[in-house]
Design a protein around this ligand. Structure first.
Ligand code: VG1
Ligand code: CO
Length: 542
């Protein structure tokens, strides 16, 4: 039986950088999740009888919302849903399933790198038929629906057994529970030289992969240990837990510090990696060297041809604006296009669909390619492994040689988390108001060449996205960028991105924070970070 349930709108369901993210108790309010899911359906057209993919990162409240989404898909007229077994589908795997089976779209339940548990974060995002995050036009339409919603449709069905791979019927709709790993593992096998990787592990190459008790555990176990023969124990924290073991599933130098320490230690394995809550981010650490995500994009792009899936070369490279310019230098050398987009993977979709870019990346540990329409943590790890196997060199050798060829982009991000929203907005407003007066002035001996509020003009669909981050560009190519996070769930997070290009080889082994010290001070002078936030140091430095 299909029920139409009346409901009242919530005013705070505006999707951020990657879907709607809120604390679990917010999502547990009456009809909160239902309202948002119905608003997604109401913003879409033409899905009657079509297929919807549903999965999530296994966090607390995942299973409950999956049942709601199934019952609502049936009531709204979908012909079929494909659900990852146990409610699990990593973000890149969901993107692949949508594309492979040509489904109408998918709902992914995740708050990515944010912590999970009864008082932590939950999230819902919609991906379209190309497998990519809903573009801004669609998220705006969804938000508009949430403001006027008066009812939602749901089928009265018994809870579906999502733990058994099977196909059943519910309220006239087909429900297929699929193995979440198989299709994705096959895709990886089609892109990379698995024989060479098996040889690499056979030769004694040691690796550590930390799944952070998040969604990539089952994927990494299957691919690295079962298919590639990496020794048992290569994957750590591989069991997805609803609260990620009480940690932040954020693969950065703060939350994956134990991995970093191990990789810098005397008995370090050859290669270390980690992924985030929903499996789309990657952390890459070679023996004795951390690879910044911005460098990683550039290095993977420069070496991609060594992997079978990219042997014909790249069509272009795209990076988010705050990501360092290291990839630009690779694109110039390869003679391919380079595109600078706002933060968030949704802006890469058009470029990938149009065949203008092959590899994309963000400074926030996101790297991916045209194989799906999301960033992909394990993909980046496997491409690195493929490059290491093909070149027969260590990660450190590859990184230092890359710097010798292209120069080094020193890069760091400073985050000020849970700043009171009013204070964070005041900082940004003040900065915006003085942008015009900055060029030509000097701060800490650094001359400002230009300052603007980044606006993106999508070369494919002609749309414009404004206010995507404030850039202060110095003479000589250094820069600082300021923007507020669109994924946080309490207060505001100010992100300050700092970059300096260093062509001189004799200056490639400086400590990053020292190499950027004058720019870091200049950023504070320009934006009044300390006075506005009341903090004298960032909460997280990556
Ligand atoms: C952050 C990152 C951004 C990334 C987004 C989603 O957004 O900066 O690069 O695309 O998270 O990543 P923001 O608005 O908080 O800066 V994920 O892995 O959390 O889906
Ligand atoms: Co993520």
């Amino acid at each position: 039986m299909i029920r139409t349930v009346s409901t009242k709108p919530y005013s705070d369901q505006k999707p951020g950088t990657s879907g709607l993210r809120k604390k679990v108790p917010v999502f547990q309010q009456e009809h909160y999740a239902e309202n948002f899911i119905q608003s997604i359906f109401d913003a879409l057209d033409g899905f009657k009888g079509k297929t919807l993919v549903i999965g999530g990162d296994g966090r607390f409240y995942n299973r409950e919302v999956i049942q709601k989404a199934i019952a609502m898909a049936a009531a709204n007229g979908f012909g079929k849903v494909m659900v990852g077994q146990g409610g699990i589908l990593s973000t890149p795997a969901a993107s692949h399933v949508i594309r492979k089976y040509k489904t109408f779209g998918g709902i992914i339940l995740s708050a990515s790198h944010n912590p999970g548990g009864p008082h932590e974060d939950f999230g819902i995002k919609y991906n379209a038929g190309n497998g990519g995050p809903a573009p801004e036009k669609l998220t705006d339409a969804i938000f508009a629906k949430t403001k006027t919603i008066s009812s939602f449709k749901i089928a009265d069905i018994d809870p579906i057994d999502i733990d058994t791979v099977a196909t059943v019927k519910a309220a006239g709709m087909t429900v297929e529970i699929i193995d979440p790993v198989t299709d994705y593992a096959e895709l990886m096998e089609s892109l990379f030289d698995f024989d060479a990787l098996r040889k690499l592990f056979k030769s004694g190459f040691r690796m550590r992969f930390d799944a952070m008790h998040a969604v990539t555990g089952p994927y990494a176990k299957e691919i690295l240990e079962h298919r590639l023969g990496a020794p048992n124990g290569t994957c750590r924290n591989f069991k997805p837990l609803p609260d990620f073991g009480g940690h932040h599933p954020d693969p950065n130098l703060v939350h994956a510090k134990h991995l970093y320490d191990e990789m810098m230690g005397p008995d370090a394995p050859d290669f270390g990696a980690a992924s985030d809550g929903d499996g789309d981010r990657n952390l890459i650490i070679g023996k004795g060297i951390f690879v910044t995500p911005s460098d990683s994009v550039a290095m993977l792009a420069a070496n991609a041809r060594l992997a079978p899936g990219y042997k014909d070369g790249l069509k272009g490279i795209a990076r988010s604006m705050p990501t360092s310019g290291a990839a630009d230098r690779v694109a110039h050398k390869l003679g391919v296009g380079i595109y600078e987009t706002p933060t968030g993977w949704k802006f890469f979709g058009n470029l990938l669909d149009a065949g203008m870019a092959t590899i994309c990346g963000e400074e926030s540990a996101g790297t991916g390619s045209n194989h799906v329409r999301e960033k992909d943590g394990l993909w980046a790890v496997l491409l690195w492994l493929n490059v290491l196997a093909a070149r027969g060199e260590s990660c450190k050798q590859i990184v230092t040689e890359h710097w010798e060829t292209y120069g080094r982009n020193y890069y760091s991000r400073h985050d000020y988390e849970e700043v009171e929203s009013g204070r964070a907005n005041a900082l940004v407003d003040e900065l915006r108001a003085k942008l015009g007066s900055l060029p030509g002035t000097s701060v800490r001996g650094l001359k400002i060449a230009n300052a603007d509020d980044f606006a993106y003009h999508d070369p494919v669909d002609g749309s414009t996205s404004e206010h995507q981050g404030i850039r202060v560009l110095f003479e000589g190519g250094s820069r600082v960028v300021f923007r507020l996070s669109g994924t946080g769930t309490s207060g505001a997070t100010l992100r300050v991105y700092i970059e300096r290009y260093e062509p001189d080889k004799s200056r490639h082994d400086l400590d990053t924070q020292e190499a950027l010290a004058d720019l870091i001070s200049a950023a504070d002078d320009i934006a009044g970070i300390k006075s506005h936030t009341g903090r004298n140091k960032p909460s997280v430095i990556t």
